[in-house]
Ligand binder design. Structure first.
Ligand SMILES: [Zn+2]
Length: 144
């Protein structure tokens, strides 16, 4: 399984993650899931409406979710997953993320701002939620 996204989208995610600091940013990933790969075409940024601590958890605004679902029905893209940022921790699936993961087979892109100072760039990593168990994540490679 691999993930493909454009450099332009990658930069937009970096910027959105920076802008939301010190809170987590989030959005819905649009694109196509084909055999062996996810092709990420866009990310629709959403308000983080978590009722927990927004510095360490997120929830995509349900209104945005409904709106995006409506919009994609007409076009060729689908909601293939979710993106969010970790302001102070690594770009890996947290225990909170696992607890709140509901959708089997979704792609999760996570941006970490921790390494920004040393590497000059936001770190982006990808994971896929299990087809049977949405809390069973596997890391997948990103091809830029
Ligand atoms: Zn997280």
């Amino acid at each position: 399984m691999t993930v493909r996204l454009s450099e332009e989208l990658h930069r937009r995610l970096d910027a959105a993650a920076e802008q939301a600091m010190p809170l987590e940013a989030c959005g819905l990933l649009l694109g196509q899931k084909i055999v062996g790969s996810f092709i990420v075409e866009d990310c629709i940024l959403a308000e983080n409406v978590t009722t927990e601590d927004p510095a360490t958890s997120f929830e995509v605004d349900p209104q945005t979710y409904i709106q995006v679902q409506r919009d994609v029905r007409a076009g060729g893209s689908q909601i293939i997953g979710v993106w969010h940022s970790h302001p102070t921790t690594d770009a890996i699936v947290s225990e909170t993320d696992k607890r709140l993961s509901r959708e089997c087979g979704w792609l999760w892109l996570i941006s970490s701002l921790v390494y920004r100072a040393s590497e000059g760039r936001v770190k982006l990593q990808a994971f896929v939620a299990g087809d049977e168990d949405s809390r069973d994540f596997k890391q997948v490679e990103i091809e830029f």
